[in-house]
Design a protein around this ligand. Sequence first.
Ligand SMILES: Cc1cc2nc3c(=O)[nH]c(=O)nc-3n(C[C@H](O)[C@H](O)[C@H](O)COP(=O)(O)O)c2cc1C
Length: 206
Amino acid sequence: MFCIAKLYKILALRPNLRYFRSHKSTNGTMALILAFAGSNSKTSVNFKLVEYTTSMVSGHEVELLNMANQFFPMYSEDHEKEKGFPENVIQLKEKITKTDALIISVNEHNSGPSAYFKNLLDWLSRLDRAYMTKTKVLLMSTSPGKRGGTSAHEFIKNSLPRVGAEIVSTFSLPSFYTNFEVDKGIIDARLSQSHKEAVDEFLAEI
Ligand SMILES: Cc1cc2nc3c(=O)[nH]c(=O)nc-3n(C[C@H](O)[C@H](O)[C@H](O)COP(=O)(O)O)c2cc1C
């Protein structure tokens, strides 16, 4: 009796308590996957890579978010104290908290993640320091350059586990405009194979 009453009370207070999510499974249950690029560009190459990657996923529910439609004010402690959290940051945090797994591809600006994405991560971490707890992540990056955004990729790979993420597989696509075509996907055979392996590894974990 005590336990049931207490449970309802906890649920009422914390409707997003992670233990009560339709839970993560590595054994065939349908997972909820959220996919987005760390870029606010309408022509984002990372979004194209994410979109292509989601087309390879079946048997799970996938939500693809286009961040070009999402404006987030620049984080400042003053803004947080005086105006609170932007509604779209709260909504995105709720979405991530309810998600089993994430497919993310990050862009690179001046050898690091774009200010846009870093700013978003700063906002999210202020709402909840563990908002990605137990969330499995396929982390990718791409850029027109030969390194494929690997500096930004490394930064994010080190940063997301601090908010609880489990990076289960990774992929970087160099020279996007040489190696990718919108209607064909990754056209270089070796890179296409590594990308497929990364996706398979991710799917095997969720
Ligand atoms: C301010 C700025 C800095 C950039 N710095 C880098 C860089 O350090 N490394 C890189 O590979 N590409 C760099 N680029 C090129 C981006 O990779 C390219 O614009 C790419 O399309 C960004 O990804 P997105 O289209 O997904 O936003 C830079 C672009 C801008 C606008």
